[in-house]
Design a protein around this ligand. Sequence first.
Ligand code: GAP
Length: 461
Amino acid sequence: MSDNKNKLVSMEDIVSLCKRRGFIFQGSEIYGGLSGTYDYGPLGVQLKRNLIDLWWKMFVEEREDMYGLDAAILMNQKTWVASGHVDTFNDPLIEDIETKQRYRLDHLLEDNGVDSEGMTLEQMANTVKEKDIKSPSGNKLGNAAQFNLMFKTQIGPVDDESSTSYLRPETAQGIFVNFKNVVDTFYPDLPFGIGQVGKAFRNEISPRDFIFRLREMEQMEVEYFVQPSVWEDAFEDWRNTINNFYEVLGLPKSKIVEHEIGDEDRAHYSKRTIDFEYEFPFGRKELMGLAYRTDYDLSKHQEYSGKNLEYRRKDGGEAFVPHVIEPSMGVERLVLAVLHSAYTEDEVNGEKRVYLKLPANIAPVKVAVSPLLKNKPELVEKAREVYKMLKKEIGNVMWDDNGNIGKRYRRQDEIGTPYCVVIDFDTLEGEKEGTVTVRNRDTTEQKRVNIAELAEFTDQN
Ligand code: GAP
């Protein structure tokens, strides 16, 4: 068996596996799709859920200083004025004057070999003119403009200015507007944080790269409130937590780069941001961000709501508006990185094999159970018994009796199932009665294991 992990994994490899095996489908596919949306199939939703659960465990549950929250997606419109999103949550766009198709200007420059980092809208537009850059259809480009990424919507039956709101473009603001609620109900000592997982929406000008740039996505965010004097310690602490998280997920260190964002390119609220970038097949791109948001958000909400959002230590001292460290992660980008890093090809008995080398704790199916032959009722009966027992003990266990055993192994390898359990004639009688074959996904080695010890074996090996 030779492992060929050095093969360059392409987006096509991943997209095709996702569709073939029921991980991810195009959104609204039977109607021709809806750009920037994807639907998770039975295996994708389980993988995503496992990633979110692990994040929740490491970023919220296991810590003494964290609280959870699930705020509404729709928020009072003043939230988005206060946060600065109405005025500044823009991307630069430029229009093809023939087709009227709009493009993201910085992406267009990048596609033409120009690094636009730090450039103003005017500088980008001038570069287009100087270099005579055309649209991807080969046409002349028009004027550049800023485009607000928030999806506008009306709340209630009256269609006027006062009923306008937005689908949240980040989950963070739900946390800021609940800061006072958490302080007033839990009296936490500073520093403490609030974690939230939920949908966020951005009307991206050009969604692309499969689930990398979406119009509907999910974020896992922490807003960690600190005294201003210790923000750097908290920043480093979260930086370590993020790196530990990536290690547990099996993302190779060599594929992750911490990119310090320059003054000109940081979001309006940030005094320091590190983007954790991953080497995707389409280039090194932002996987997540760690930002020092200062007291920007709480101060703005205090100003716009008229509510006091200061914090006073229990031992007295002056009240002040806490500062914030924010690790913010997009679930889909994480799913993509995890699939990419797990995708492996090797050769078994002279045949090419594709398998997902997922850590067992995030694999969508932990164990597959099969009768050796599906036309032998005694094998099927015993296999069903083992399947039911394991399902009760482990949860994500799959019944698989389709095709011959070799095909089942290949199918389970492709979806990353760490163990395949096979019930054969030896299980039923003779010296090995009460034992089953357990095949390891990565080594393809098979072992006989006692049925009573299966749950423990598959959990520990
Ligand atoms: N609260 C801070 C915030 O939202 P951001 O850098 O705009 O910061 C955080 O987004 C993370 O959300 C990104 O690092 C990325 O993982 C994810 N994300 C942002 N826009 C996305 C999009 N259009 N599609 C998929 N994920 C996206």
